[in-house]
Design a protein around this ligand. Sequence first.
Ligand code: FPP
Length: 237
Amino acid sequence: MNTSALPRHVAIIMDGNGRWAKKNALRVALGHRKGVEALRAIIRESSDIGIEALSLYAFSTENWRRSPEEVEALMGLLLEYFTNEIDELDENRVCIRILGDKDGMPEKQREALIKAEERTKNNTGLKLNIAINYGSRAELARAARILAEKAVRGEIRPGDITEQALADELYTKGLPDVDLLIRTSGEMRLSNFLLYQCAYAEFVFPTVLWPDFDLAAYHEALDAFGSRDRRFGGRKT
Ligand code: FPP
């Protein structure tokens, strides 16, 4: 792996848990459970190789439309994850941030998310952002609302609403833009994930299903990023 051209911020859409479960004749909940195992290894590796920020799409605002059994399984896994993994994450100096509307989460999960953020907020290692009950359009509308309220109160003028001012009201405030977006399972969509933050991201779409996304696949995606020619709208002479 070429470590000289690593992305600062990697975002991952962990897609394919359902198909993996079907392929292996298992219940969908077990596909998600296997997905958590894959995620554990990717978090550890990101931390080890010095990725600054890793953003994971765990549960979108649209995922509530899934069957009650699947939603319940995902909520259970989230609670389990934030209860069982927090010690190790904290020891590894991982700083957890939740992207999304925590108030719309069931009470137990909401408390666990807040506790994880609170406990790890001063950690200086990997910035681990987990998108839960997240939708990018809702995030942008929320930012616009906050800015409008500030304007109504007379704290800012419309002319103060710059790109930076908007970025500062997003859940990702203070993080670098996404450099590399990975979506597994061969789907090639953003699905309402970090639309603003991905303006200049490089996209990689491995065909492997998320539970099978191992370190070799991760390194391949990082290598693909390293070989891209990023111009940010400019021209190289
Ligand atoms: C997409 O696969 C995956 C999800 C909707 C959930 C991702 C969640 C996890 C990996 C586990 C929970 C996360 C944490 C942080 C503990 P899909 O079900 O849409 O797959 P399919 O398209 O093959 O059906």
